[in-house]
Design a binder for this molecule. Structure first.
Ligand SMILES: C[S@@+](CC[C@H](N)C(=O)[O-])C[C@H]1O[C@@H](n2cnc3c(N)ncnc32)[C@H](O)[C@@H]1O
Length: 289
C-alpha cells in the first residue's frame, strides 16, 4: 500500500485494489470492514466520512491489516472479534472462527420442548473452541448447568475470557481435558458438539484463509473426517442419562455414516437437519430411554 492516500475514500480505493490484485475474496467488502473496525464506526458510516483524514495510528493499523489480509489471514483474526447468535466473541488463532451454520445447533437446542421442560438440565458442549455455543446457550437459557470441554488449553482460556466478557462465567465450568475426565456417566441431559469433521485429504484443499490460519486440530477429523466423533460416541452415550439428547454438527455428506454410528451406540429417534444452504448439517438423537 502506498504511503500517500490518507482520506477514507483514498484508503478504501487503494487497499481494495491492492487486495483485488492479490485475489483476496470480496476485496472491497473486507477493506470496508477493516476500516470500519479501525475507525470504530459502522460500515455504512464510512460513506459519510469519505473526505475524513486518517491519523498516523489509523494509517498504520490499516497498513498492517491490509498486509495481513493480503497474506490470506481471516479478517476476524485481524480485528480479533466476530459475531455469533448476535453476541460479540473474541477470536484469535487459538480457536476456530464460529460459523453461521453452527447457530443451527444452538437454535435446535433452544427450541426443544422436552429439554426446556426439565428443571436445571445439565448440558455439555464438547469441543467448545471460542465457547460460542455454550455461552450463547447460557445467555438464552440461564437456568441450566453448563460444562464446556476442549482438549486445547489455549481454546479453553479464550472461551473463559469470552464467558467473562459476556457475563456468564459463573454459569459454565470449563475443562481443558478429555471428555471422559470431565463428565460422569449418566449425568447429562444434553450434549452438543461441533467436533472436527473435515477428512484429512480435504483439509489440504481448503481455502488458504482456513487451511493456513485456523487451527488444524479444530478441523481435521482423520481419514474420513469421523475419527473423533467415532472415538467419543461410546463415552458420550454413557455420559447421557437415558432419554438424554445429543446434537452433532456434521459435514454435508456424513449424515448416513453418523446415523449408523449413533444407532450402533444405542441412540434412537435420530433426525437430520439441513442448514440454510440445504446441506445436511446437524444430527440429533436420544439415548435410548
Ligand atoms: C470445529 S471446532 C468447534 C469450535 C466451536 N465449538 C465452534 O463451533 O465454533 C472443534 C473444537 O474441538 C476441539 N477438539 C478436538 N478434538 C477434541 C476432543 N477429542 N475432545 C474435545 N475437544 C476436541 C478442538 O480443539 C476445537 O476447539
Amino acid at each position: 500500500m502506498s504511503d500517500r492516500p490518507q482520506t477514507v475514500a483514498a484508503i478504501l480505493d487503494v487497499a481494495g485494489r491492492y487486495l483485488k490484485e492479490r485475489e483476496i475474496e470480496h476485496p472491497m467488502l473486507v477493506t470496508q470492514l477493516l476500516l470500519s473496525h479501525v475507525l470504530r464506526c459502522g460500515r455504512l458510516e464510512l460513506f459519510l466520512k469519505h473526505d475524513c483524514q486518517l491519523n498516523d495510528n489509523q494509517l498504520q493499523l490499516m497498513r498492517n491489516g491490509t498486509k495481513r489480509l493480503s497474506q490470506g489471514e481471516p479478517l476476524q483474526y485481524i480485528t480479533g472479534q466476530t459475531q455469533f447468535m448476535g453476541h460479540d466473541f473474541l477470536v484469535d488463532k487459538r480457536v476456530l472462527i464460529p460459523r453461521p451454520e453452527t447457530e443451527l445447533l444452538v437454535e435446535a437446542l433452544l427450541s426443544h420442548h422436552e429439554l426446556l421442560a426439565i428443571d436445571n438440565p445439565f448440558i455439555a458442549d464438547v469441543g467448545t473452541g471460542s465457547g460460542c455455543i455454550v455461552i450463547s446457550l447460557a445467555l438464552a437459557k440461564p437456568d441450566a448447568i453448563y460444562t464446556a470441554i476442549d482438549t486445547s488449553k489455549d481454546a479453553v482460556e479464550l472461551a473463559r475470557t469470552n464467558a467473562t466478557n459476556l457475563g456468564v462465567a459463573e454459569k459454565i465450568t470449563f475443562f481443558p481435558c478429555k471428555f471422559t475426565d470431565a463428565v460422569d456417566p449418566g449425568s447429562l441431559n444434553c450434549l452438543v458438539a461441533n467436533l472436527p469433521y473435515i477428512p484429512t485429504a480435504e483439509h489440504e484443499e481448503l481455502p488458504v484463509h482456513i487451511r493456513n490460519h485456523e487451527p488444524r486440530s479444530a478441523l481435521d477429523g482423520g481419514p474420513d473426517g469421523l475419527d473423533i466423533i467415532r472415538q467419543l460416541l461410546p463415552d458420550m452415550a454413557k455420559a447421557l442419562k437415558p432419554g438424554g439428547l445429543i446434537f452433532l454438527e456434521i459435514g454435508h455428506n456424513q449424515a448416513d455414516r453418523v446415523v449408523a454410528l449413533l444407532k450402533s451406540n444405542g441412540f434412537v429417534d435420530i433426525r437430520i437437519t439441513q442448514d440454510l444452504g440445504r446441506k445436511d448439517r446437524m444430527v440429533s438423537a436420544l439415548r435410548a430411554p
